[in-house]
Ligand binder design. Structure first.
Ligand code: ADP
Ligand code: ZN
Length: 743
């Protein structure tokens, strides 16, 4: 047998090897193997079996080992890898790196442990009989019954002082179940959900929910590829719909993948999921970036072997090696976090859709504020739309008040952090012992330093972005390169003493709140405080327990949080996300407003939202006030159509970086001409121009935009041209297909 393999590092091409007799059984497409290349052993992925080599067979070397007994990638996943390679202009090896966890790629052998559980309750009569005949066996059963989760065998035996034969006898009778695991799984489950497993009976679905479950259920029954978009207002019970559909899939023997934008930020969802499925005896694999190698390998193996059939995780969980995939849920599908900002620059949602297609599975995209890309796919008939317009139990949508900060500034004579209206409402809530959340918009250039007199803004000497002011240690920091220095007390340009801070950092809002509500218990959540690993979960726990009155943080914390006692939400600076050079700025602002508003009034008392803005008439703000997604989408799509922006055309971002700006510009211009010659009408080229962030980490940045109808046509051409053109060594270039960030 001759195989074509793709080495996992350093060689971006297919190489051929012979497979020795002893390995034939273990070598299949998708298997990881070791092969000799220039006298060194390399890891490689088998892509072709019975391949036709480009050199004489006699010259071929032998595959030296197979890493696992089963392939690391299923045929679908290999196909998916090829698609990503072509679509995102990513090297195969980087695609494999994204798809297969390190521990699996290295073939790490981890220590295995045996675990014991009691699969079902032993009936009391039987137990009494055992107690009489074999007291040691009874002791073991009783002990295991008290444990909530599988326990390490060696630990149990020594604790109860019984022999392995005792356990073996019970395993044989089916009273005790034994399994092999790489690690103690309990560890991560507890770390990540605080051990919280939300149990309790599932609620009865309301009419809207049932309709959606039936509609998506019908697609599942057909076992054909179909994408559904679930547009459901915040609090309409989308998660419950996902759970029901996953239950259906599990019941019919299939597997499901549940994607969330960020696992660490959705401990509640994870707890709900585990509670539901583990109670029904389905092991749920939680996939996130903080897993240890062992945990990752364990989860991966369980999925690949079909021992676990449901996985919840962020973006990369879309590559989970599940068997018989029937459903992929993409929650908050509009979230930019689904796009990976390093090679391979894939979009988790789009990969999910493609994977579902390959597997003839159903893909369910859910959001209160769908992306315009997905919404347009509904309008053109590619996706089916399901809508939920009401909150569960007929809870009211919150009232949204818009405060015009221009007037507020005149009234209060000076820069204002909190408007009168917001302060009044906060004081009322505090007296009634209701909780509040204040959101700070971090998408813009916040907390920069601007002189009141001359307008000077302090920027980083290495990057052309404004520096962020940190009051705690009186420093200015660059969030791109990390450069920092002491904050000046007078304007560096005109020496005026009254230098002020534009934009509102979380710290500044915290101070303002302390002034008006000195007795309130506040907690601040942002990336600065969140670097302490478990702090985030702790704060959320305290907030839930009512130990915190006011939570202050960036919109990151808003995702999916469900705190029934929160009746007031303030958005301190709605505008910042509107003033960025990005055609999605309006869409982001609309999403932000609707999502943060969605955190209010989820309990018995209805909620209110106060939005502070300097542009109260903006479309994004007015449509959000009415919670009118359709209105917003219609207006925004019309604008996109007019300018021929996505979703009407694909956008490809070509970034050039290097130390010498003239050189980059010269080559970029030369390159643009080549592309024009080669691709003609297939692509519209804009640029080269300096990037919005002209300089970062001491490198100059230029960009070219390509607009095109078919990315699948254009990307491979660009890659082909790249290989033909000779580039100077000190110019780095990156292609970003369907970029989500335009900086
Ligand atoms: P969404 O994801 O749409 O914001 P969730 O699924 O989180 O909404 O649901 C909001 C709350 O309503 C949750 O606490 C959930 O347990 C509850 N819920 C969902 N469906 C029902 C139902 N049919 N009856 C009662 N409560 C429900
Ligand atoms: Zn910098």
């Amino acid at each position: 047998m001759i195989v074509g393999v793709q080495p996992l590092a350093g060689f971006d091409k297919l190489l051929h090897y012979k497979v020795p007799e002893t390995l034939v059984a273990a070598v299949r497409p998708g298997s990881l193997v070791r092969v000799p290349i220039m006298n060194r052993s390399h890891l490689a992925m088998v892509l072709e079996i019975n391949a036709v080599p480009d050199v004489p067979v006699a010259k071929l070397k032998l595959v030296s080992a197979a890493l696992h007994e089963f392939p690391a990638l299923t045929p679908d996943l290999i196909h998916l890898a090829r698609w990503m390679h072509n679509y995102y202009a990513a090297r195969m090896e980087s695609v494999f790196e994204a798809m297969i966890p390190g521990a699996v790629r290295d073939g790490t052998r981890l220590k295995q442990e045996k675990y014991l559980t009691v699969p079902k309750t032993v009936n009391p009569d039987e137990l009494a009989a055992i107690r009489k005949k074999a007291p040691q066996q009874a002791r073991l059963i009783e002990f295991l019954q008290q444990q909530f989760r599988p326990v390490k065998k060696s630990l149990v035996l020594s604790r109860l002082d019984v022999t392995a034969a005792v356990a073996a006898a019970l395993v044989k009778r089916g009273l005790v179940h034994e399994e092999t695991r790489f690690i103690e799984r309990v560890a991560y489950a507890d770390n990540w959900t605080g051990g919280e497993v939300v149990t309790g009976l599932p609620p009865t679905l309301n009419e809207e929910q049932s309709t959606v479950v039936d509609s998506v259920g019908a697609s599942l029954a057909k076992q054909k590829f179909q994408v559904h978009l679930l547009k459901g207002v915040t609090g309409s019970g989308k998660t419950e719909v996902y759970l029901r559909l996953i239950e259906k899939v599990l019941a019919s023997g299939g597997s499901a993948i549940y994607l969330v934008p960020e696992v660490a930020l959705t401990p509640q969802t994870v707890a709900r999921l585990r509670g539901r499925f583990e109670a029904a005896g389905h092991r749920t694999v939680v996939w996130h970036s903080h897993l240890s190698e062992g945990e990752r390998l364990d989860g991966w193996n369980a999925l690949a072997k079909g021992e676990a059939r449901v996985v919840v995780g962020a973006r990369s969980a879309v590559f989970a090696p599940v068997q018989n995939l029937q459903l992929i849920v993409v929650d908050e599908e509009h979230e930019p976090a689904y796009k990976q900002d390093e090679t391979p620059r894939y979009h988790g949602r789009d990969v999910a859709v493609y994977r579902a297609k390959l597997a003839s599975a159903v893909c369910l995209l859910g959001s209160a504020t769908p992306s315009l890309e997905s919404f347009e796919n509904v309008r053109s008939g590619k996706y089916l739309l399901n809508t939920m317009t009401k909150r569960v139990d007929d809870k009211k949508m919150p009232d949204i008040h818009i405060v015009d900060m221009r007037i507020e500034i005149m009234r209060q004579r000076g820069l204002v952090t909190l408007s009168r209206k917001l302060v009044d409402k906060m004081q009322g809530r505090f007296e009634r012992k209701e909780q509040m959340i204040l959101f700070i918009n971090r998408r813009g250039y916040s907390s920069s330093m601007q002189c009141r007199k001359c307008g000077h803004v302090e920027t980083c000497p290495h990057c052309s972005v404004s520096m962020t002011y940190h009051r705690a240690d009186e420093t200015l920091k660059c969030h791109l390169c990390g450069h920092q220095r002491g904050a000046p007390s007078v304007c560096p340009s005109c020496a005026a003493p009254d230098i002020r801070w534009r934009g509102l950092g979380t710290q500044r809002v915290e101070e303002a709140v302390r002034r008006v509500l000195p007795r309130a218990r506040l907690e601040r959540m942002d990336t600065d405080t969140m670097s302490k690993k478990h702090r985030f979960r702790e704060i959320l726990g305290d907030f839930r327990a009512g130990k915190i009155d006011i939570l202050i943080g960036t919109q990151m914390i808003g995702k999916g949080l469900d705190f029934p006692n929160v009746t007031l939400v303030g958005l301190v600076d709605a505008d910042l996300s509107m003033h960025v050079p990005d055609f999605r700025a309006n869409e982001r602002t609309f999403q932000l407003l609707v999502q943060v508003a969605g955190r209010a009034g989820r309990g018995d008392r209805s909620g209110e939202v106060v939005v502070q803005t300097f542009s109260p008439q903006a479309d994004a703000i007015q449509f959000a006030k009415q919670s009118d997604f359709d209105g917003f989408a219609a207006a925004e799509l019309e604008m996109r159509k007019k300018f021929n922006y996505p979703p009407y055309r694909h956008l490809i971002h070509h970034i050039f970086r290097g130390p010498n700006p003239e050189k980059i510009m010269f080559f970029a211009e030369h390159w643009a001409k080549q592309v024009e010659k080669a691709l003609g009408d297939a692509v519209e080229i804009r640029g080269p121009t300096p990037s919005p962030i002209e300089k970062a980490k001491d490198e100059y940045r230029f960009q070219i935009w390509y607009f095109c109808a078919r990315a699948t046509k254009v990307v491979p051409e660009l890659v082909r041209l790249q290989a033909e053109v000779k580039w100077p060594d000190d110019v780095t270039q990156v292609l970003d297909v369907d970029p989500m960030s335009l900086m």
